[in-house]
Design a protein around this ligand. Structure first.
Ligand code: GLN
Length: 285
């Protein structure tokens, strides 16, 4: 199907007709706002005042492709190559997890609990969203971000550059490399993979079919795989009273707290904005 005319109100009608049933109305409206902003440079007010305007053939084609992609559940952030996080616009592609609004809570928690860190380590950094938000909050801090994949680090590098912050990027496998070269930190943060394979049937195709499984999944029989390593690394690389702040699977709050306490971390659990247990904070004694 092709958009029948190049008038804005017809494009909107076409988008709703094509996408309803797949996405709620509000989400479709959000997609249109982002597409008009990206391809036409329009803000919300311009859009609302331009319903009878027509657009050129090349822009129409781009919007037509975008609607086709959305119909196939491709995430809007991949279509426009961007995602918002903590007031920043970050570059994303298929190699990195799209930053989630929940994860902004991890940044807030870290800022709140650790008001003046000098050295910060972010493990499994992905797009760099957490490290970059912390670099902005703590311009004096020196920040290291680690990821297993060079392709991923390239995205983080570009984001740090675009945001005008300096971050040391290190390629390493958090699970298997010893990381002995790293110094001590006041704050270690991480949003590691934590979704069990058995949770796949509950996940939406925009996540399952397009986002990197490497960043999402852990084996069903070892959901705390990454957290055991994070606790070991924090044992060696956190200063006394330093903080380990991590995002967790809502089903494993108690187990994560137990694990951190077994490493003598004084541990608390915290909810995200949807009131789900989403973060654990461990203080090294
Ligand atoms: N919260 C993400 C999701 O449900 C998962 C993030 C992660 O595994 N670290 O898609």
């Amino acid at each position: 199907m092709r958009i029948p005319s190049n008038r804005i109100c017809d494009i909107e009608r076409f988008a709703y007709a094509e996408l309803e049933g797949i996405y709620p109305q509000e989400e479709i409206r959000g997609f249109l706002r982002l597409l008009f902003e990206e391809y036409l440079g329009w803000d919300l007010t311009t859009w609302l005042l331009s319903k009878q305007k027509t657009i050129n053939q090349s822009d129409l084609l781009k919007i037509n492709f975008a609607i086709k992609d959305l119909k196939r559940h491709r995430p809007i952030q991949h279509i426009i190559g961007k995602a918002d996080f903590c007031g920043m616009t970050l570059t994303v592609d298929e190699n990195v997890l799209i930053p989630r609004p929940e994860t902004e809570g991890l940044v807030e928690l870290a800022k709140d609990r650790c008001p003046s860190p000098k050295r910060i380590l972010d493990l499994c950094t992905g797009s760099g969203c957490i490290a970059i938000a912390l670099a902005k909050a703590f311009p004096e801090a020196s920040i290291t971000a680690v990821d297993i994949s060079e392709k991923v680090l390239e995205v983080a590098r570009q984001n740090a550059w675009n945001q005008g912050v300096e971050i040391e990027l290190v390629q390493a496998d958090v699970l298997n490399d010893c990381l002995a070269q790293l110094p001590e930190y006041d704050l270690i943060v991480s949003n590691p993979p934590y979704v069990r394979e058995l949770e796949k049937p509950r996940m939406r195709p925009n996540v399952l079919d397009y986002e990197p499984h490497l960043a999402l999944f852990v084996p069903d029989n070892d959901p705390l795989l990454f957290y055991r390593r994070l606790a070991e690394i924090a044992d060696k690389h956190l200063v006394t009273s330093g903080l380990l702040v991590v995002e967790i699977n809502e089903s494993f709050g108690d187990e994560t707290a137990k694990l951190f306490r077994a490493h003598s971390f004084e541990t608390t659990l915290h909810n995200d904005f949807k009131e789900k247990t989403r973060f654990a904070v461990g203080r090294r004694g």
